[in-house]
Design a protein around this ligand. Structure first.
Ligand code: PLP
Ligand code: SF4
Length: 343
């Protein structure tokens, strides 16, 4: 069947097949994949139609191969949860899981086994989170994540932000979201109004491929930047999607053109059934080194690894400095080494 134009969100295999995103010959195995990991693609993303976008959302039979090192909770969200819904791993900041729902279900998601469950954070759970934050003033930043916090209505999100702001202990709230890119029409004027407040709200947009940056997505980012919302991005390094210097260069350039500062490039996490997306650390470092040589500094993200088991995120290079006897050797962006003596 020839795929027709996509006009609504795709939430099951029939819809994906009709849109030409999956192969009917693989249907039986894909049913198995879809029963293990939820399926959803927005109309905006399905309409893009490029492989770099399709591969992020279309279920793949390779997801049935689970490797021994792959884990249910690869970054240890649950290991550091003082109250349900909150992950507090670093002294000054904590993650609040405002909902488990997303607009899209990414095939490589590190929370793929918990996202998509019905319901948002309950009122009583949110009160317990507020109590914890009141008793823990060292937390100066709350990071709303999920799921995707921007699936919440402007009213509900505004209510949560009002309560967080009223604590008086926070200096910033951060929102991790894919909505401005995958469902830009959800960035309404009402939503923008609740983000534009005395307590600064920073938005970190998850985006992985330049083709995701549609005109509508650019419009959503513009509505946010015009309201004074600082915009950062995070990107997951993915084989078959963006693990090429040229693709990432285009992505980071389109981001700065849209007033978004590339923040993190994540080495892919060891989530179940995601081995086909993973690159090696050496490949990631080589890509970063190449970008350093050809891309403006304001478009350079930090390449990070979330250490499996919940031990935190750390930059993973490449390194430009090594000690040798009484001096340093520094590598320049072209790979040449230079002598540097620190006093
Ligand atoms: C990623 C993460 C953060 C945020 O880390 P930054 O380096 O500040 O972006 C905070 N808490 C937890 C538990 C995290 O996994
Ligand atoms: S939007 Fe984020 S939380 Fe939701 S499936 Fe994608 S990566 Fe996971």
């Amino acid at each position: 069947m020839k795929p027709g134009p996509v006009t609504s969100d795709l939430t099951n295999l029939d819809a994906l097949e009709a849109a030409g995103m999956t192969d009917p010959a693989e249907r039986e195995m894909l049913e198995e994949v879809a029963s293990a990991f939820r399926v959803r693609v927005t109309a905006d993303m399905a309409a893009v139609g490029s492989e770099g976008v399709r591969a992020q959302f279309a279920p793949d039979i390779r997801e049935l191969s689970v490797l021994p090192e792959e884990m249910v909770d690869p970054i240890g969200d649950e290991a550091h949860a003082p109250v349900p819904g909150l992950t507090h791993r670093y002294p000054d900041r904590a993650i609040l899981h405002a909902t488990k729902v997303c607009e899209v279900y990414c095939r490589f998601c590190f929370r793929r086994e918990t996202v998509g469950e019905a319901g948002h954070l309950g009122a009583a759970e949110f009160e317990a989170v507020l109590d914890y934050l009141r008793a823990t003033p060292a937390v100066r930043e709350v990071i709303l994540t999920g799921g995707d916090p921007l699936v919440l209505s402007a009213r509900r999100l505004g209510g949560m932000l009002d309560r967080l702001e009223a604590l008086g202990t926070l200096e910033v709230v951060r929102v991790h979201t894919r909505v401005p890119v995958v469902a830009p029409e959800k960035v309404t004027e009402a939503l923008v109004r609740v983000l534009d407040r005395a307590l600064p709200v920073w938005v970190v947009v998850h985006t992985n491929h330049p083709d995701e940056m549609t005109e509508a997505a650019a419009g959503a980012l513009r509505r946010l930047s015009r309201a004074g919302v600082p915009l950062l991005s995070q990107t997951v390094l993915l084989r078959g999607v963006n693990a090429e210097v040229e693709v990432l260069e285009r992505l980071f350039r389109v981001l700065i053109r849209n007033r978004v500062k590339p923040y993190y490039l994540h080495h892919p996490d060891q989530a179940k059934g995601t081995g086909h997306f993973r690159v090696t650390l050496e490949e990631g470092q080589a890509i970063m080194a190449a970008l350093r040589g050809r891309l403006t500094g304001i478009a350079q993200p930090v390449y990070v690894l979330d250490i499996p088991g919940g031990h935190g995120k750390v930059p993973v290079g490449p390194g430009y400095l090594r000690a040798e006897g009484d001096h340093w050797v520094v590598t320049d962006p072209q790979g040449r080494e230079h002598f540097y003596r620190a006093l």
